[in-house]
Design a protein around this ligand. Structure first.
Ligand code: SF4
Ligand code: SF4
Length: 178
């Protein structure tokens, strides 16, 4: 149990803090005229970025949509003539998004990224459904250099599949077909 002296000391320290702030000049930030610079890793509006060579990074792998805890990402995968996958359409419902950043963490191509731009409130909730053309940007976002297709699916001279240490031979998936 606190003694009388400890109680007085706690009370005095509380009032001291109050008095200290009583004489401080107020700090008022006039938003939206003044916008406080936010850290680059702040999580708000989501974008779909491009490779340094300008191609779409997203390969429509569905990982972001699978990991999203509120199921607000949907898309349909398709392929170009050269076999490169991309999203025929890609949709994010920002009315449901909780800006957790899981989609960015899961993305293998650095395509989907959260930005510090938080000013996307709307009165009409349906305007918060963003389509691919609203999400796709003409830059690389935070990851300037990464180019997924420079590394993925590229044959190397360090041995064929199944030839490495403790690596199993590839399975012939057609052997499972009836
Ligand atoms: S930030 Fe979170 S809630 Fe929003 S789309 Fe990505 S995974 Fe879903
Ligand atoms: S944004 Fe990334 S995780 Fe989502 S489908 Fe495209 S490549 Fe996959």
């Amino acid at each position: 149990m606190a003694t009388a002296w400890e109680s007085v000391r706690a009370l005095a320290s509380g009032f001291a803090t109050t008095f200290k702030h009583l004489w401080r000049p107020p700090i008022t930030e006039e938003y939206p005229e003044y916008k406080r610079p936010l850290p680059v890793r702040s999580r708000a509006r989501i974008i779909l970025t491009r490779d340094p060579d300008g191609a779409e990074r997203c390969v429509a792998c569905y990982l972001c949509s699978a990991v999203c805890p509120v199921s607000c990402i949907s898309m349909q995968a398709t392929e170009s003539e050269d076999g490169r996958r991309y999203a025929a359409w890609f949709r994010i419902n920002f009315a449901r998004c909780i800006y957790c950043g899981f989609c960015e963490e899961a993305c293998p191509t650095s395509a989907i990224q959260l930005t510090p731009d938080f000013e996307n409130c709307q009165r009409d909730i349906l305007k918060l459904v963003y389509e691919k053309q609203d999400l796709l940007v003409d830059h690389q976002g935070k990851d300037k250099e990464y180019n997924f297709y420079k590394y993925a699916g590229v044959a190397t001279d360090v041995g064929a599949k199944g030839a490495h240490h403790r690596e199993e031979k590839p399975v012939n998936i057609r052997s499972n077909l009836p």
